[in-house]
Design a protein around this ligand. Structure first.
Ligand code: SF4
Ligand code: SF4
Length: 372
């Protein structure tokens, strides 16, 4: 793809050099905390990438193994005093490796438009009648982006429409694709850009918001601004605000009451930017008890799912997360990212506790006490 010709590691040379080697990223990197291996954290990765940019190292299978160990949790970027967008640079390195490796060809095939979209469209096709739920009309218009999993949850989509209608927002259909996170993390940047351009073009011109309840989807929609080069796409994205549904719930002071008495806890997804508001929403659900999860900010490790070796390496992170959830004795661990939801339920598969998307909990177990 023409625009991606500019996305080379060489173009990130100055950013890579701006790493002061302070090592602060070690304190927050969940992978480094388990491995203790410098090559698994940003500082060490930058030393390797610097070697590649200078032509002293080859971007081979071994270096790619370290790139895959990064969970793309973004914790190091948030902490980095040199303000380096670490994940962007590592993703560019993945892209360079993707273009020349057999692994890249395999992912390229599996993530091709026909195969990927066909798989995702099967549930959409099966649940079509329920997805046809109509919104009321209002001046403020939005598209709801619930992530790929919303193809399987038409009842939740219906609930979102009701919820947004209650605060005078019309929900407009847009039939969007996946946000593209899987393409970005495997290094399939060409496919990511193609998918992103389609998504932006599919957005109706007259909407005010893209509303999502998934932290990772929202993070990726935020990245679109960085990757959309065409002026008409940039201009469209500048006009439309990306909004988290929980911010809207807070701003409109919607209150909830659980139909049954439950103990609740909350896992904060790495890409969640409004977790304080979310925690307040949960704490305020009447007829429930909130138990704070020790290490609620610690990464659940979902980013390792695509790579068995990475999964094996970070197994201690997963075990510790599971034990901490267990010790809360909560009935539900609520979360706000579809990836975390899948991973936490995998961890809790034989436990009494369940991970639940907060929005699903509100739909299934609560009534809205609207206090507008
Ligand atoms: S925190 Fe930032 S500047 Fe410090 S070593 Fe890590 S990547 Fe480099
Ligand atoms: S993005 Fe997360 S896993 Fe990757 S280097 Fe930074 S802190 Fe570590």
């Amino acid at each position: 793809m023409e625009q991606n010709k500019q996305r080379t590691l060489a173009n990130y040379k100055d950013k890579i050099h701006s790493c002061s080697k302070c090592g602060l990223c070690q304190a927050v990197c969940p992978v480094f905390q388990v491995t203790g291996n410098e090559c698994t954290v940003s500082r060490g990765q930058f030393i390797m990438l610097d070697g590649i940019v200078r032509g002293k190292l080859k971007l081979n299978k071994n270096i790619n193994k370290y790139l895959d160990l990064c969970l793309k949790c973004n914790k190091c970027s948030e902490f980095c005093p040199s303000d380096i967008d670490v994940v962007d640079i590592l993703l560019c390195a993945k892209y360079e490796y993707f273009k020349k490796s057999l692994e890249g060809k395999i992912y390229g095939f599996l993530e091709s438009k026909f195969i990927f979209n066909t798989i995702l469209n099967i549930p959409k096709f099966l649940t079509r009648p329920l997805n046809n739920y109509k919104s009321k009309k209002f001046d403020t218009k939005a598209v709801y982006f619930g992530g790929c999993i919303s193809n399987f949850t038409p009842n939740l989509n219906k609930y979102v429409i009701k919820l947004l209608n209650s605060i005078k927002i019309e929900v407009v259909p847009a039939n969007l694709n996946c946000c593209g996170m899987p393409f970005l993390t495997t290094g399939n940047l060409d496919r990511f850009i193609e998918n992103m351009q389609e998504n932006i073009k599919k957005l109706p011109d007259d909407i005010d918001y893209i509303i999502t309840d998934c932290a990772s989807c929202e993070w990726i929609w935020g990245k679109y601004k960085k990757y959309a080069d065409a002026p008409e796409l940039k201009e469209k994205l500048d006009r439309i605000k990306i909004k988290n549904i929980y911010e809207l719930i807070s701003e409109n002071n919607l209150q909830f009451e659980s139909k049954n008495r439950y103990k609740l806890t909350y896992h904060k997804p790495c890409h969640e930017h409004c977790s304080d508001s979310i925690e307040i929403i949960i704490k305020n659900i009447k007829n429930t008890e909130y138990i704070e999860l020790d290490g609620k900010n610690e990464c659940c490790g979902f980013g390792a799912f695509e790579h068995p070796q990475t999964l094996k390496t970070i197994l201690p992170v997963l075990k510790s997360k599971k034990m901490k959830i267990k010790s809360t004795k909560a009935d539900f661990v609520l979360t706000t990212c579809v990836g975390c939801l899948v991973n936490l339920n995998f961890l809790l598969v034989v436990a009494q506790q369940k991970a639940k998307r907060l929005l699903s909990f509100l739909k299934d177990s609560c009534i809205i006490n609207k206090t507008l």
